[in-house]
Design a protein around this ligand. Structure first.
Ligand code: GDP
Length: 478
């Protein structure tokens, strides 16, 4: 929206010659019919002591812009979406299989279970949706793309093994996402199963059973023998009720891509989790930077469906390209609009590569603090031994800079791993390595996710660096 000198003069109630004079003072030779850009217009206005009211710029490519707020009375209860996490071999996959198999009811028999990234079962007539990829890596990589799909995390801990490093990671990932945790103490059938030890160990992470005065739900089970599964499902529904999970089935369909791939016969195939509204065959849709019209939908039992409501996973075809897990989708009224937005998003993606989103780094920390953009400094700390991790964490937390808090969201022993970087990216955190280095995958991830990784060998130097960054006194790096 440019104006000519003449038009601007008219708007301001001035003579064009006055404007031309001001322009000359700015070193711009202009005629009455010359177009002026926004910046110049603003300069001239401010010279006249006039404040320019800029029109709120609408970002056409921002999908959030198309999502209307729901009215309270439109909202109804929706099923919880659950992710299973825990240490390797503690029984996540077994539990997912066991839940699915025991709960495919007679009425649904005949359907062949399909892997579409998530499935839904019913417990006492109430649906629950499970994401099919166990583990916190998938969970957090979705979150790093801005997708929050999990309502409840199940933390599986083997009763014969207790709390292990990935158990702790999973706890921290779930906590960083502010998702309630239910503990599934698994392998209760095994000799040497010691649920008390698991409970004891978890108290260290503020996961305290109700019997001991806490408010964390523990369920003892055997995924292998299918024991205790019903108790677990009951607890999930209980937590879901407390969380008051709601959605508006009448709203515009929006949700998240759980997984996507190119199928030889069917083209782009995407598993979507509908989070609000109802998705229908034929809907024009934008999915991440792809678009199309929903050609066909298949549910987790391999059946074709015509429409699906909130918290339901479904596999769709009809997109022009393959979207990415964690991408948002939004349905549009007409195909032309969907195409236009989709194409604009594709274009924008080419211009702004994903990694260019600004992440915190120590260099611009002070600037961001000053601008009020951040109040917490999230830090992930990896060290060679537990003792130094704890010592460093304690000292970092003591750094006292007005209005800013240091938040240690995860500490661990060993090399910096890809999952640390992804957690940092999702939580806008800085990674500190004390006497440890990132492995190759972590290095690559840090580069592409633009995560700031700082390596130190001396505790006070690490503390000094963070403190200096918070105060804006960091020495420039050479
Ligand atoms: P994941 O790595 O966490 O997904 O673990 P899996 O589900 O692959 O389980 C690892 C191993 O533990 C497998 O050999 C399972 O059969 C076994 N397992 C899982 N749950 C149980 C259980 O409740 N009892 C016993 N005895 N073994 C189990």
């Amino acid at each position: 929206n440019t104006l000519t000198v003449g038009e601007l003069a008219e708007k301001l109630g001035k003579d064009a010659s006055e404007i031309i004079k001001k322009l000359m003072a700015l070193g711009v030779m202009a005629t009455k019919n010359q177009d002026l850009d926004d910046d110049t217009i603003e300069l001239i206005c401010s010279d006249f002591g006039i404040e320019v009211e800029k029109e709120e710029e609408v970002d056409e490519t921002d999908l959030n812009h198309y999502i209307e707020a729901d009215l309270e009375e439109q909202l109804i209860e929706r099923p919880p979406v659950v992710t299973i996490m825990g240490h390797v071999d503690h029984g996540k996959t077994t539990l997912l299989d066991s839940i699915r198999h025991t709960k495919v009811t007679a009425g649904e028999a005949g359907g062949i279970t399909q892997h579409i990234g998530a499935y839904q079962i019913k417990s006492n007539g109430k649906p629950i949706t499970f994401l099919d990829t166990p583990g916190h890596a998938a969970f957090t990589s979705m979150r790093s793309r801005g997708a929050q799909v999990t309502d409840i995390a199940i933390l599986v801990v083997a009763a014969d093994d207790g709390v292990m490093p990935q158990t702790v990671e999973a706890i921290n990932h779930a906590k960083a996402a502010d998702v309630p945790i239910i503990i599934a103490v698994n392998k209760m059938d095994k000799e040497g199963a010691n649920p008390d030890r698991v409970m004891q160990e978890l108290t260290e992470y503020e996961l305290i059973p109700e019997d001991w005065g806490g408010n964390t739900i523990f369920v003892q089970l055997s995924a292998l023998q299918g024991e205790g599964i019903d108790d677990l499902l009951e607890m999930i529904l209980l937590v879901a009720e407390v969380e008051e999970l709601k959605a508006n089935p009448e709203g515009r369909a929006v949700g998240t891509v759980i997984e996507a791939e190119l199928d030889k016969g069917r083209g782009s195939v995407a598993s979507l989790l509908v989070q609000n509204g109802t998705l229908r065959v034929g809907d024009p849709i934008v999915v991440g930077n792809t678009f199309g019209r929903v050609r066909a939908m298949v549910n987790d039992l391999g059946r074709r469906v015509k429409k699906v409501g909130p918290s339901t996973p479904v596999e769709i075809t009809g997109l022009n390209e393959v979207p990415q897990a964690g991408d948002r989708f939004v349905v549009f009224e007409d195909e032309k609009k969907a195409r236009q937005i989709g194409e604009a998003r594709q274009q924008k993606q080419i211009e702004v590569r994903r990694g260019d989103q600004s992440k915190v780094s120590l260099e611009d920390l002070f600037e961001q603090i000053k601008q009020g953009e951040i109040k917490d400094i999230n830090i992930i700390l990896k060290a060679d031994v537990q003792g130094s991790a704890e010592a460093l964490a304690a000292s970092l937390k003591k750094i006292d800079v007005e209005g800013v808090k240091v938040n240690i969201i995860h500490t661990g022993v060993g090399a910096i791993k890809e999952s640390d970087i992804i957690l940092a990216s999702a939580s806008n955190a800085i990674v500190i390595g004390f006497n440890v280095r990132p492995d190759n995958n972590a290095k690559k991830a840090a580069e592409s996710e633009k995560v700031d990784v700082r390596l130190h060998r001396i505790i006070y130097k690490a503390i000094e660096e963070i403190e200096a960054a918070m105060k804006g006194m960091l020495d420039p790096e050479f």
